[in-house]
Write a new protein. Structure first.
Length: 467
């Protein structure tokens, strides 16, 4: 029952973690949506400026700068302002589908009115004449900008609205007297045989087949754009989760290890392994904290932890956790890399050397030296994700961890800087005897000891405190 309860808690914790990751991804997508709509507003401004310059050149060439011209310029400004209003709406958090879906409708209606202006006011141009300018391209510009909203449904809706408005424009043209769509199959055959295509040039002929193709194109572009946006969303989510995972891993592992871990899955599942464990902390830290300001205490801890982490990463170790002034480092977690024992021993010595170098710097500044205690052991552990739905972390558990912690505490009573187990020394020699003998040159054996809370004797070696 206890195991079932623990498994249930672990599953709940993993589900909670996934929920938090989904919320982070949603926030990232929403931020991209706001940035995308802002970019769309700027692109609208540039597009409308280009169209306005083009229309101005035409009107100047025709020496016709009157009501129609100014009405068209006002319409272009209105199209741009719709983009600005949409950005302000999205940035303010208004995301109801009815509100967002209204903007493509307004865009297309305003653009349709701009196209209809020459035929409805001022010129009296028959509506079918307007199709020779093929204004469909302007609708496509606005449709493409829908994709920057990063909402697949909105891109698809934009295609549907564009197709519907374009169909309505075609029907409006057909209401013109003498407008027609009729070229029968027999007419096509006659034109082909006679090589006379003049009926196609009839300005009152509404080329229905071309309009249908453009309507179909609007629908296809809208739905393809929706698929592209959906794909972009998935890439954003993957990027956010990967970056978050890399940031979390970088807190505990070296850069090279992070690159390897990002390709692996299932690291949070419980498993057993034989690993090296180091505990290191500052001797008499409590007294130091009593005699110094909080700022000085935190500054000391950051400097100490930074040097310890540097030594751990230099030997491809994993920082399991910080416990006050102490740091716990493991080797062989979460994946085996080889030479775990000799790397554990080398890291312990490197930690002591890092503190010795630090003390030389402190002495030059007139600060008191820092003494540390380091305990290291090698053996089997259980590792995996522990915690509950509010916090889940990867760690290692077992007798090996407890022994390493006890050895670190033992440094006080034996006046040592590093205490290691014979198990670690033997495993390190198996990895690399030459390197191990060099590292152990400064160590001396201790009598077999019985550690608190543990039965049986254990062989130990100590590296005395410097000076």
């Amino acid at each position: 029952m206890t195991l079932q309860r623990q498994l249930g808690k672990t599953v709940a914790a993993l589900q909670s973690l996934r929920d938090r990751q989904n919320r982070r991804a949603d926030r990232a997508i929403e931020a991209e949506r706001i940035d995308g709509v802002r970019l769309a507003a700027w692109l609208r401004l540039m597009a409308m400026a280009v169209v306005g310059a083009y229309a101005t050149a035409i009107h100047l060439a025709l020496d016709d700068v009157g009501f129609i011209y100014f009405a068209q310029m006002a319409g272009l400004v209105l199209v741009w302002l719709l983009g600005v209003v949409r950005y302000r709406t999205v940035a303010a958090g208004h995301r109801h589908p009815l509100i967002l879906g209204l903007f493509p409708v307004l865009d297309n209606v305003v653009l349709a009115l701009l196209i209809a202006l020459p035929a409805t006011w001022g010129y009296g141009v028959p509506a079918p004449y307007l199709q020779f300018d093929r204004p469909f391209i302007w609708f496509m510009l606005l449709l493409v900008l829908q994709g920057l909203g990063y909402r697949p449904w909105l891109a698809a809706w934009g295609g549907i609205v564009t197709a519907a408005v374009w169909f309505a424009v075609m029907q409006w043209m057909l209401q013109t007297p003498e407008a027609h769509t009729g070229i029968s199959t027999e007419d096509w055959r006659s034109m082909w045989l006679a090589q006379d295509y003049s009926p196609i040039a009839d300005p009152m002929l509404v080329r229905e087949w071309a309009w249908h193709a453009e309507i179909l194109a609007a629908l296809m572009i809208g739905f393809m754009l929706a698929a592209i946006v959906a794909r972009s969303q998935r890439l954003i989510v993957r990027g956010v989760l990967a970056e978050r995972a890399r940031a979390n891993l970088s807190r505990f592992f070296s850069t090279a290890m992070v690159d390897r871990l990002q390709t692996l899955e299932g690291l949070d599942r419980p498993q057993t392994a034989t690993v090296g464990v180091i505990f290191a902390d500052i001797v008499a830290f409590t007294r130091f904290a009593e005699d110094h300001t909080p700022e000085q205490v935190i500054a000391l801890l950051r400097e100490f932890h930074g040097r310890m982490v540097g030594a751990a990463f230099a030997h491809d170790g994993a920082v399991d956790k910080f416990i006050g002034d102490a740091v716990m480092v493991t080797f062989g977690t979460p994946i085996e890399q080889g030479r775990e024992a000799v790397r554990t021993l080398a890291c312990a010595v490197a930690m002591a050397d890092a503190v010795a170098s630090w003390n030389r710097e402190r002495a030059s500044d007139g600060a008191v030296p820092v003494r540390i205690g380091i305990g290291a052991h090698f053996g089997p552990v259980v590792m995996g994700g522990i915690g509950d739905e509010r916090r889940l972390e990867f760690t290692v558990l077992g007798d090996t961890v407890n022994v390493a912690a006890r050895l670190e505490k033992l440094t006080r009573s034996v006046e040592g800087e590093i205490v290691i187990s014979d198990d670690l020394a033997a495993a390190a020699r198996a990895d690399d005897a030459e390197v191990t003998d060099r590292l152990l040159a400064a160590f001396t054996p201790l009598p077999h000891s019985r550690l608190r809370g543990r039965g049986g004797l254990i062989g130990l070696q100590v590296k005395p405190c410097p000076g």
